[in-house]
Design a protein around this ligand. Sequence first.
Ligand code: MG
Length: 453
Amino acid sequence: MDRLIVSVSGVRGTVGGTLTAAVATDFGCAFGSMLGAGSKVVLGRDSRPSGAMIKNAVTAGLLSCGVDVVDLGVVTTPGAALMTRLLEADGGVIITASHNPHPYNGIKFLQPSGVALPATQANELKEIWQSGKFATQAGLAVGRESVNSRTHPMHIDAVCAVTDVTGVAARRFKVVLDSINGAGCVVTPMLLSKLGCEVVHINGRPDGMFAHTPEPIEENLADLCDAVRKHRADIGFAQDPDADRLVVVDEAGRFIGEEYTLALAAAFVLSHRKGPLATNLCTSRMIDDLAESAGCEVFRTPTGEANVVEAMLANGCIFGGEGNGGVIEPRVVPVRDSLVGMAMILQYASETGKKLSELAADIPSYHLVKTKLPCPLEAAAEVISLAREEFAKNPEAKFNDADGLRIDLADGWINVRASNTEPIMRIFAEAPQLAQAQALVGRVRKIADKVIG
Ligand code: MG
């Protein structure tokens, strides 16, 4: 199924299919009309080859509405968010389809803080786009374009400002980095070198030719695990194409799971400071256990980075993120940032003197099974409603509709929801034992198979 997905997370479609230069220009016009002539927008893109086409099209739309555009070039998503704030822009745009493969690209729109648009503004933008009524300007009133190539050093400075650079550098960590030929290719080794690391870089050409399926999950990271073993490294890091997500491989070359990125970073933060944390409803209970031991509260939100960030800002959270490897340190930038995640985990290893496998083993473990299946958006509601009926048979079941359907049971939980960026359904379940978690997923999977056929 090929359709343009327009959601609170932005626009995503297939390049030359649903996401054409004309569509991208219209979204540029819509965002420009919303902000108004005389505004300033910061624009960055990930390294995928279609990025130049989409960037130029969005830029044309913005300029035509009298908006000035600052082109950051190929930068990470957290880098673009940081620059939106530092350059005091009226908004930001990032051209990326994150972990989606080549056929896809996307456009994300940011507030002046660097955070994605809130739902009300995302809806307003969609309405302007649908209306096709744009506030285009004539002659000298069109916008001006400029280039800014300071994103990488500014980002590194922001991360180092909250990191014990000398302490980490003293350990001379050996790190294997897999940047998937994405937006993290240039800035990440610069940061790791500053942190005194010896870096073995694989997939480090920022040409957007993804060397493996881009989502940073175990099945796609065999080369990284092998390289960690071969080079006898202390740790392996994998980024997604726009470098907001981070996944960690331990010193034995074992993929320890993207949920551990957030848990390890949370353990590090709580070893220094106390305060509330925030994460989404699909993230492992590990963070709750860590927060409880530290006497801190965890706010749970619907899935979507913007929801987590909103809860963080509303509750003065010192840390937050998502179990997909998304670490948010609000003092650097209020979006997921693989670079600050690396700095935190390296500093944690440095301060404790422990290996990655030992740090992971210190955290109470659960089995979180994550599955996804192709599912038309229309069928998702029926699957969710039937799942509710199925689990209503469990007298202890508690239902939460904040994000798809989350069902909490005495010894685990399950979440069933439709993606808002792809025609897929995700079924996650967590329990102390793997077989329990698999059985929970199996109960919903059976329902989904019946509905979808
Ligand atoms: Mg991403």
